[in-house]
Design a protein. Structure first.
Length: 351
């Protein structure tokens, strides 16, 4: 099935140049690209699950633009600042005068983006279909410089970029989890979904840590973590945490797992993180995690660990978040939740 909007505009003879590479910025795993010349396109996708899925379809994929392109299609992400930065990046990498198509849904803010872009460059009429719009403009390396991604300082000593999770400040859940970590941690640690590295830095500040793997699926976030953490004990790994498996199991894991793949909550994502963490830990290992209270993680926690306990932060019980410690993972994760001992609530004192 053709893409509902691309198929309409690409029928025009001048929709794309007859030669040269075409960059596809941020297509998702499920994006239908059948209307595009496969041998000429390169997908620019830094989210590892989508990157790998597109590569499995036989497409050329890179986490960042490589050289120049004759044209581009930008699939608009939800974050406004990230969408603007992508358009500015497309302008820098598409040959001046080359066409840039912009496609997005109403829920992704395509209407406001179209309105804002028209104030800066000449833009084609928009074609509306399937609760979204597609339109085009011609690349000009100087036209969207004000939209280029600029570094953000969410905390002293840390740098992020637009589109990265919690780019402007330390996430409240991560801060609560850090406050609950013991003063001494196991030697071999991992941070799953490490983001731009703030929680990892708190782990490295604890005694006993000899190594820490920062596992992050979003390439831009991982690049930020490399800028933020230069500790030789840290290894930065671009990987989908739900599918990653280290050569040697960890003795401890921390994580603030995502629970969104779209605007709607996806509890299965966090549950997959928990199962993956249990598989990555040694049989005497420990998981520390934080998550929103409304998420249904109890059953998978009880099935994956012999010991599960809630931790009360030094500031008191949070109305939004739960901090949980899972100890001694179950081999194979087969333990029935009904056979588990009741969860304990443990108060941790500020150290």
């Amino acid at each position: 099935m053709s893409h509902p909007r691309l198929s309409l505009v690409l029928d025009a003879p001048d929709a794309l140049p007859p030669e040269g590479r075409i960059a596809l910025f941020r297509p998702r795993a499920e994006t239908d690209l059948s209307d595009l010349p496969r041998d000429r396109v390169q997908a620019v996708q830094g989210f590892k699950p989508d990157h790998d899925a597109l590569a499995a379809r036989g497409l050329s994929v890179s986490p960042a633009p490589e050289g120049s392109y004759a044209a581009a299609v930008v699939f608009v992400p939800r974050a406004k600042a990230e969408a603007r930065a992508l358009l500015a990046e497309a302008c820098r990498h598409v040959t001046a005068g080359g066409v840039i198509w912009v496609d997005g849904g109403k829920t992704d803010g395509i209407d406001s983006l179209y309105k804002d872009l028209r104030k800066l460059v000449p833009v084609s009429a928009a074609t509306a279909k399937a609760h979204g719009k597609i339109f085009s403009f011609l690349a000009d390396p100087e036209a969207l410089t004000q939209w280029e991604a600029t570094p953000i300082t969410p905390a002293e000593g840390f740098t992020t970029l637009p589109g990265v999770f919690s780019a402007e400040e330390v996430d409240e859940g991560s801060a609560l989890l850090a406050a609950c970590l013991p003063a001494h941690l196991p030697a071999r640690m991992a941070d799953l979904g490490a983001g731009w590295g703030w929680l990892s830095a708190q782990v490295l500040a604890r005694e006993g840590v000899e190594s820490l793997d920062l596992v992050e699926a979003e390439h831009s976030a991982l690049e930020c973590s490399k800028m933020n953490i230069s500790d030789p004990r840290a290894t930065h790994i671009w990987a989908d945490a739900t599918a990653f498996m280290p050569e040697n199991r960890y003795s401890g894991i921390v994580m603030n797992p995502p629970f969104h793949t779209s605007r709607e909550a996806t509890p299965g994502l966090g549950q997959a993180f928990i199962r993956a963490a249990a598989k990555m830990l040694s049989l005497s290992g420990t998981l520390w995690l934080v998550f929103n209270r409304h998420l249904p993680y109890d059953e998978v926690l009880q099935a994956s660990f012999h010991e599960v306990e809630d931790i009360v932060p030094p500031s008191g019980v949070s109305t939004r978040f739960r901090i949980v410690r899972g100890h001694r993972p179950v081999a194979g994760g087969q333990k029935s939740a009904t056979s588990s001992a009741p969860r304990r609530v443990v108060a941790r004192k500020r150290r």
